[in-house]
Unconditional design. Structure first.
Length: 284
């Protein structure tokens, strides 16, 4: 399957930037390609209603792959382990889990599945042991750009999560007992997902435009069709042809200057934007 740009459909520029910093990494795209082959994803799942793409049923994402339906429950732990390894490889938290799964299966990241601030269940100065949930503590994980309102939302989710939970301090639970396993897993299921902002791209429009340039320049290189990236002149020409239906046929100079696409004539704008974007991809 050809490697293509993963569409980021969120309307939140902070979130869009955080997501793009992962999904445009060549190494991440290669990992996604490897997993698509392993899990027999030969065609991306794309089903839309009038108000946008349909969300996947996350009970078992293997339903959307080519794996035999009689084996998807058996294979699910291995699939989850693969997703965990991707998160670990790229130093991303559990709030990126759905980003990886949607990138893998659909090729897009829908609105509302990512959050930069979330709560988790961890051990602090203790060995992890699922049979001893009393050792675990709740934490709210922040990114450097998390806003106060996001922390408040994470706290609300945390309160909703622990409501009605049993007191593990006075319980003798074991993962070996089916009736206890569910209770322990509920305790460890803490997760809300919210933030990023890159000053270089002041608006989401600028970010989206830079991603378009990035993919025009690198599509063939990423897919091993060409050993070289396209020149900035080629990027500008292809982008204008793709975006402006009349391009060189503007009625006058004023019309050209007001065109969002044809008004850009200085390739330094593209070079500077892509240089900054590449640095971000390499360091994130």
């Amino acid at each position: 399957m050809k490697i293509e740009k993963i569409e980021v459909l969120t309307s939140n520029k902070k979130h869009a930037t955080d997501i793009a910093m992962l999904v445009d990494k060549p190494e991440f795209l290669q990992e996604i390609q490897r997993l698509r082959q392993k899990w027999q994803i030969t065609e991306l799942y794309k089903y839309e209603l009038l108000d946008g793409p349909v969300l996947l049923d996350m009970h078992n994402p293997l339903f959307y792959t080519g794996i035999n339906k009689s084996k998807i429950e058996e294979k699910l732990p291995e699939f989850n382990e693969d997703i965990d390894l991707v998160l670990k490889k790229f130093n991303r938290g559990k709030n990126f889990r759905l980003i990886v799964i949607y990138s893998l299966i659909t090729g897009y990241v829908p609105e509302g599945i990512y959050q930069s601030c979330y709560f988790d269940v961890v051990t602090i100065n203790e060995l992890e042991d699922m049979n001893k949930p009393e050792r675990y503590q709740y934490v709210i994980v922040l990114s450097p750009r998390t806003e106060k309102k996001e922390v408040i939302e994470a706290y609300k989710e945390f309160k909703a999560h622990i409501k009605g939970k049993i007191d593990f301090q006075h319980s003798n639970l074991s993962m070996d007992l089916p009736q206890h396993e569910e209770l322990i897993m509920q305790y460890h299921a803490g997760n809300i997902h919210d933030s990023a902002d890159i000053d270089k791209f002041k608006t989401q429009k600028e970010l989206n435009r830079t991603r378009e340039w990035y993919w025009i320049r690198n599509m063939e290189h990423i897919n091993d069709v060409s050993k070289k990236q396209k020149t900035y002149e080629q990027v500008l020409d292809e982008w204008q042809k793709e975006k402006c239906s009349i391009k060189t046929n503007h009625e006058d100079i004023a019309g050209k200057k007001t065109c969002d696409f044809c008004s850009i004539e200085d390739i330094n704008i593209i070079e500077q934007a892509l240089s900054a974007y590449s640095k971000l991809l390499n360091q994130s």
